[in-house]
Write a protein that binds this ligand. Structure first.
Ligand code: LER
Ligand code: MN
Length: 268
């Protein structure tokens, strides 16, 4: 397993779920603190050039674990389940850019809150809209060797695909090799009856993991049972990225350091 940390550029929304901000300084610090890679939370693929990112990674001996897309929804209001044609094209364009970036760095692009809210609409309509965009994006990703990772997110943030079993049901309908799952143990602690059992039950799609504690602070700072999480990951022979995506509490550096110390000492 490799250990990553979620970062964003300085101008990310205050609500962006990342540990550190400022791409250049965060990549440097992530290496110093002992991480293997960084997950880039971007609202636009143009936030960093391929060349600049390549240079920063090389200089700091770091990899990109994944590109995450939550800010495309939070900052730009774009979503896979939008009915408006122009906004759908905007989402598609943003994902093309993310996929181009991921084809050089990491090979993984996340779909979390950007799937959008049902918000009282017809659920079948939303699923049709989601599947249409998911397949378009996956067609493009396939040509670039990139995999999409769908993240179940808790009910207080989104009302569509909250737990791992719902995610597997949808992934079975998509049924493509480059469409997998990104479980986040913070959301699972709210939505899945048992974290370890859900990881084992849904193992065929588990491709990437987000880590935070029960109150979304650094892993180890709350009551979430990481022995259960890592015992399940061991049983399914999980060998991918575990990326820390916690709140920068009490401050970004302390959170990033506490998380890596806890995880390296016990699990990774
Ligand atoms: C949101 O809560 C989250 O976990 C992100 O990874 C996806 O937007
Ligand atoms: Mn997450």
């Amino acid at each position: 397993m490799k250990l990553g940390v979620a970062i964003a550029s300085d101008n990310a929304l205050p609500s962006a779920f990342v540990v550190m901000r400022g791409l250049e300084k965060s990549i440097k610090k992530a290496h110093e603190y002992g991480y293997d890679g960084v997950e880039l939370a971007l609202k636009d693929p143009g936030e960093i050039t391929h060349q600049e990112l390549g240079r920063l990674l090389k200089d700091n001996h770091m990899e990109v674990s994944a590109i995450s897309s939550g800010q495309v929804y939070a900052a730009r209001g774009l979503m896979f389940t939008d009915e408006d044609k122009e906004r759908r094209e905007e989402v598609y364009k943003a994902f093309q850019g993310f996929i181009d970036l991921a084809s050089e760095f990491g090979g993984l692009v996340n779909i979390g809150r950007v799937r959008g809210q049902i918000a009282g609409r017809d659920k079948n309509l939303c699923e049709t809209l989601f599947l249409d965009m998911a397949n378009r994006v996956a067609d493009y990703a396939e040509t670039k060797g990139v995999t999409l990772i769908l993240e179940p997110v808790n009910r207080y943030e989104i009302d569509y695909i909250n737990n791992l079993d719902q995610c597997t049901e949808l992934l079975d309908k998509i049924n493509r090799k480059n469409f997998m799952m990104m479980p986040d143990v913070f959301h699972m602690n709210i939505e899945d009856a048992h974290i370890g059992e859900a990881l084992i039950r849904n193992q065929k799609y588990v491709k990437y993991i987000h880590l935070a504690s029960s109150q979304r602070h650094a892993p180890g700072d709350g009551h979430l049972d990481f022995d259960d999480v890592f015992s399940a990951l061991g049983k399914i022979k999980y060998d991918g990225w575990c990326t820390v995506e916690c709140l920068p509490y009490p401050d970004p550096d302390t959170a990033a350091k506490r998380a890596v110390e806890f995880l390296r000492a016990k699990y990774i």
